[in-house]
Structures are given as structure tokens and as C-alpha cells.
Write a protein that binds this ligand. Sequence first.
Ligand SMILES: Nc1ncnc2c1ncn2[C@@H]1O[C@H](COP(=O)(O)OP(=O)(O)OP(=O)(O)O)[C@@H](O)[C@H]1O
Ligand SMILES: [Mg+2]
Length: 248
Amino acid sequence: MDNWEWAEGFEPRFGLIGFDYKTKERAVRDSAKHAGAREVYLVSEPIAAAIGTDLPVNEPCGNMIIDIGGGTTEVAIISLSHIVEHNSIRVGGDEMDSAIINYLRKKYNLYIGEQTAEHIKIQIGSAYPLEKELSMKVKGRNLVTGFPVTVEVKSEEIRDALSETIMTIIDAVKWLLESTAPELAADIADNGIVLTGGACQTRGLDQKLRDTTDLPVNIVNNPLTSVVLGSGKILDNLNYYAPVLMKS
Ligand SMILES: Nc1ncnc2c1ncn2[C@@H]1O[C@H](COP(=O)(O)OP(=O)(O)OP(=O)(O)O)[C@@H](O)[C@H]1O
Ligand SMILES: [Mg+2]
């Protein structure tokens, strides 16, 4: 299937994302040209991530990759160099940070910034009960007194804060699995799900997905760099990867 046939047929899900892919493609091509590029090749992010993690994208079998980034989560099934099923939501690590900010404001009248929230998420954030629960001291401003305060926060509380965002991500995966053709679903049952993107490193997110889907789930070795690595591999082997490039 041609990429643009897919793009035009793509219906935004969960009402969270919706843009014209052709306009977006043109804008990316134009900005790359303005930045001085002589040739511009476009590839969709999930395919670049899959190539960066050595998934066999050119094979006739289906491979599912989930890229949980800062702003978006992309769930894609790739087969024969194309995305054959796709779901994209504007929920990712940034939304988790906002959820932590809101939770601490409501529970402790504690005001913290985005960087502190991201730090808390990385230090003690989780999607699944931990063998040994964690805690950390969080500095912020008391919204009532206006004074700086320090509050001891537990990983159970942060798990609670993150639960809604994590469920939204899991629902996006479930939705795609449920709407996938049986042959592709059988491939995914064999090959499992591959997780990439920085926010997939949230503790226990892989286990939560494993529990919910009953499928093998593996985190790649390079969640933050798989897209860049994949793009580099495509440029190094343009002939081999020509089928994954979007036609201009
Ligand atoms: N160890 C970690 N645990 C949990 N989250 C993490 C960890 N390391 C990074 N992140 C989160 O990963 C996100 C960034 O991931 P990534 O670099 O893949 O996103 P991006 O590609 O910039 O975003 P997008 O794909 O949405 O455009 C941030 O929200 C960051 O806080
Ligand atoms: Mg990304």
C-alpha cells in the first residue's frame, strides 16, 4: 500500500490528534531545504525507530512498535516496508510530567516546575508495583503560604498520579490490536511488541503492557536514539531502504 493512501485514509483516534499529512510533509521538506539540504528523504518516525532497533521492516510479517516520546505515542504495525496499522495520540512523557504537577498541587498544595516533575518521574515514577517502593524529597513552593517547602513523596503516589496517562497509552495499544487483521495479530503474538521512545523507560510500563495484552513486550536497548540511528542506517543504505521512503 502506498504511504499516502494510508495517510489519507487515516482517521484520528481518541480525538487527540489530527493533521493533514501532506501539509506536514511539505513543511518538513521545505524546512530541510531551507536549512541547506540538497536532497530530502522522508520516513515515518515509527519506521525509522524500527530500523534503528533492527526490526525486519522489509519482511512480509507484521511487527508492532510503540514509540512513547515526550509529546506523542505512536503505535504502529509495520510489514513489507510500510505502516499497515497505526494509532497516534498526543500523550507521552510530557503529559506524565503535567500529571505529577497536578497531583502534588492537589494533594500537598505543592507547586513544582516541569523540570522537577520530570526528575520525579525518572527517579521514582512507575506503572506497576515495584519490588521495593521508592521515595524522594521534593522541593517546591507551598501555594498557600508562598514559602519554599520540602515534601517526601512516595513511588506509590507517583504511580497513582501517572495511572490515567498510562491507561490512555495502553488503551491506544489495545485499540490497535483489536482492529488489526487476524493474520497480522498472529504475527504480533509470535514476534511480540517492541517498545521505544524515552518515556517507555518508565518503570514497569513494559510489565503493565505485558499483563494487559498477554503478549511478549521488549524494550529496545536504545529508546532515546532509535529514530536517529534508524535514519542514519537508511542514509547509509539508501537503495536497500528505498521502499520505506515517502514519495515526494
Ligand atoms: N528513564 C526515563 N524514565 C521515564 N521517562 C524518561 C526517561 N528518560 C527520558 N524520559 C522521557 O522521555 C521523553 C522524551 O523521549 P523522546 O526523546 O523519545 O521524545 P521525543 O522524540 O523528543 O518526542 P516525540 O516523539 O513526542 O516528538 C521525555 O518525556 C522524558 O522525560
Ligand atoms: Mg520521538
